[in-house]
Write a protein that binds this ligand. Structure first.
Ligand code: ATP
Length: 257
């Protein structure tokens, strides 16, 4: 087992953001955690990468205890966290952003990793000298993922890569996630876009107000009536999704809703 999260609880003062959450990533698979705003998805990834302290429970990666270790040590162990919101250095070029991702690694390794990123995202190669702040939202997401790949991750944690992207770009970003996984990188992804995440994941979990309420093979969850109602099929859900997507694409929402 590659990653084991065992009965993990996290609190921000009186707010219990995670309540005894257990899940695992078994090998080179994609595991998705789905949930609405505020369910605790970001907190889960932050707990794994050491950005928030674990109140109780255990997190073990590759046989090593992660809970209690500082974030830079966890990153050095190959656990790469791509945060929500495509955080790139806007005033640096694409290539400078990638170089920073490989900071401290031997030169030849950085060059090799960069070629790999450019092969995966040809648009980043074309724009290697362009300032990151001038890239489109989708390209910035690709750069954020590319920067994470500069360290040959043993596990990639992805926080809502679809956030604020138009549907076509969401498709592009998700197909690269599949590609990265095919190249052998295990992925734990947290998403509000349940449809998309379930379409690429092997295993999936539903997180509601800090608790896992349903877990299983992604295909089974996609067919589960409760999941379809709450996250995939319900009319309110569909309407909200269409409004979100048209906003992301910069269009006026469809008046039919
Ligand atoms: P979103 O999709 O909006 O990012 P999320 O599922 O990632 O939501 P979290 O950001 O993990 O959810 O938040 C879980 C809960 O913890 C929420 O109730 C949130 O308000 C609370 N929370 C998150 N960060 C803090 C913080 N730094 N201090 C206090 N409460 C916090």
């Amino acid at each position: 087992m590659l990653l084991r999260v065992e009965s993990v609880s996290v609190a921000y003062g009186a707010v219990e953001a995670l309540k005894s959450v257990s899940l695992s990533v078994e090998g080179a698979e994609i595991v998705a955690v789905l949930g609405a705003n505020g369910a605790g998805k970001t907190t889960l990834l932050k707990a794994i990468s050491g950005l928030v302290p674990v109140k109780s429970g255990a997190i073990v990666h590759d046989g090593k205890k992660l809970h209690g270790l500082p974030p830079h040590v966890i990153a050095r162990l190959g656990v790469v966290h791509i945060p929500e919101g495509r955080r790139v250095f806007a005033t640096l070029t694409v290539e400078e952003n990638l170089n920073l991702g490989g900071y401290g690694c031997p030169k030849e390794e950085v060059a090799r990793a960069k070629e790999r990123v450019f092969a995966l995202f040809p648009v980043l190669k074309e724009r290697r000298r362009q300032l990151a702040g001038t890239l489109s939202g989708g390209e910035q997401q690709m750069l954020a993922i590319g920067r994470g790949l500069m360290r040959s991750p043993k596990l990639m944690l992805l926080d809502e890569p679809s956030l604020g992207l138009a549907p076509l770009l969401v498709d592009q970003v998700f197909s690269t996630i599949v590609q990265i996984n095919k190249e052998g990188v295990p992925i734990l992804i947290v998403e509000q876009n349940a449809r998309k995440a379930l379409s690429i994941a092997d295993q999936a979990h539903i997180l509601e107000v800090g608790r896992l309420v349903l877990s299983g093979p992604a295909r089974e969850l996609a067919a589960d009536e409760r999941v379809r109602q709450a996250y995939l099929g319900g009319a309110t859900y569909e309407r909200r999704r269409r409004i979100r997507e048209s906003r992301a694409a910069g269009e006026a929402p469809d008046p039919r809703g």
